[in-house]
Write a protein that binds this ligand. Structure first.
Ligand code: SAH
Length: 345
């Protein structure tokens, strides 16, 4: 049986699915969900993420987190957390880049929140021997009550969204249903009459800011998305680095949606934390020295490696590539008034 058949049966039995339920099944159905059975990353996979493009990305994130640790007074025990760690490349780079920060590795325990068994295995291999204390958790509620140093790169875009269509002033939820034997979205709706919401993202954001309010720390959220208003229908499926029909080949394509940073920011309600509004990834990386670091790496690299480093930097920071579309937002303890990269005009 395919996931498509399972979904069709469910609809026949129980009626139409919300877009959120559909997305959740497509990505994380225990047997056939996209993330549950494969490693989707890399040039041979379906998509590639920033840490896989250049090591400089993880180095900068590591420096940012370690500096936050110093700014909250270098506590002796902190939780270094990644939400959705992919192949473990980002965490491996963070650990490598912070090795020489005095006292940091002694203070941290590493916590990875991950649902995919296949990726957990990869992460375990990638991180083997890199730190003495590494734990995996199914969800964010299992994190220890310690100051938090958290990073989430391309995590929020994978959380299930609901969609609503405005038809002549009435709002209806967009569903996935059957038309004959085919799956269809209904009501179909024009692109610009559709709005989206992502309750799981808001809930996780609330929980992160509550944790920081109680225990201190900082969180860095990096993702593709928009700063205000609505972008209409942003749901997309990717396979082999190309867009794909969302309702076809279910469970074999990555499905994501743009992150609404304004809504995410609003979920940070506590008076005991500071919200540092989203800035473009390119500006953030360049302000934190991605150019200088890339040049330094090039000096010791072969011609081919130099090309890779330079094109990697361009891909991450250039406004025409990931530099503008991707944004970086932070939530910190009140002690951290001007986190690196955000004091921005
Ligand atoms: N941060 C990594 C991977 C991003 S891809 C990088 O930058 O390369 C998204 C990751 O989030 C994958 O590891 C996926 O398995 C995980 N993931 C998706 N939904 C999740 C959920 N609800 N809970 C925990 N992990 C999730």
């Amino acid at each position: 049986m395919s996931l498509e058949d399972i979904i069709k049966d469910r609809i026949r039995e129980n009626g139409a699915l919300t877009v959120a339920k559909f997305m959740e099944l497509a990505l994380s159905h225990h047997e056939y969900g996209y993330y549950m059975k494969r490693d989707p990353f890399g040039t041979a996979g379906d998509f590639i993420t920033a840490p896989e493009i250049s090591q400089v990305f993880g180095e900068i994130v590591g420096a940012w987190l370690a500096h936050c640790w110093q700014e909250i007074g270098s506590p002796e025990e902190v939780a270094l957390v990644e939400l959705g760690a992919g192949r473990g490349t980002l965490m491996a780079d963070i650990l490598r880049a912070t090795k020489n920060v005095k006292g940091f590795h002694e203070a941290i325990s590493v916590h990875v929140v991950e649902i995919s068994p296949v990726l957990k295995q990869k992460q375990w291999k990638a991180l083997a021997g890199k730190h003495e204390r590494i734990e995996w958790h199914e969800d964010i509620s299992m994190l220890p009550e310690l100051p938090l140093l958290l990073v989430a790169n391309e995590f929020f875009d994978a959380l299930p969204i609901r969609q609503f269509v405005n038809i002549n002033g009435t709002t209806k939820e967009r569903m996935v249903e059957l038309s004959g034997d085919d799956l269809v979205f209904s009501p179909s709706g024009e692109q610009d009459t559709i709005t989206e919401s992502c309750e799981p993202a808001l809930e996780i954001m609330r929980s992160i800011s509550q944790h920081i309010a109680n225990c201190g720390g900082a969180a860095l959220i990096i993702d593709y998305g928009y700063l205000e208003g609505s972008r209409g229908d942003t749901l997309q499926a990717m396979k082999n680095h190309e867009y794909h029909d969302i309702l076809k080949n279910i469970g074999n394509c990555d499905i994501t949606a743009h992150v609404d940073f304004q809504e995410l920011g609003k979920a940070v309600l506590s008076e005991n934390v500071l919200l540092h509004k989203a800035v473009p990834q390119g500006a953030f990386l360049m302000r934190l020295g991605a150019g200088v670091r890339t040049t330094a790496l090039c000096e010791a690299a072969s011609g081919e490696q130099q090309q890779k480093l330079l094109s990697g930097l361009k891909r991450l920071a250039d406004p025409s590539e990931m530099g503008e579309l991707f944004k970086v937002m932070a939530v910190t303890s009140k002690q951290i008034k001007n986190p690196d990269g955000f004091n921005y005009v």
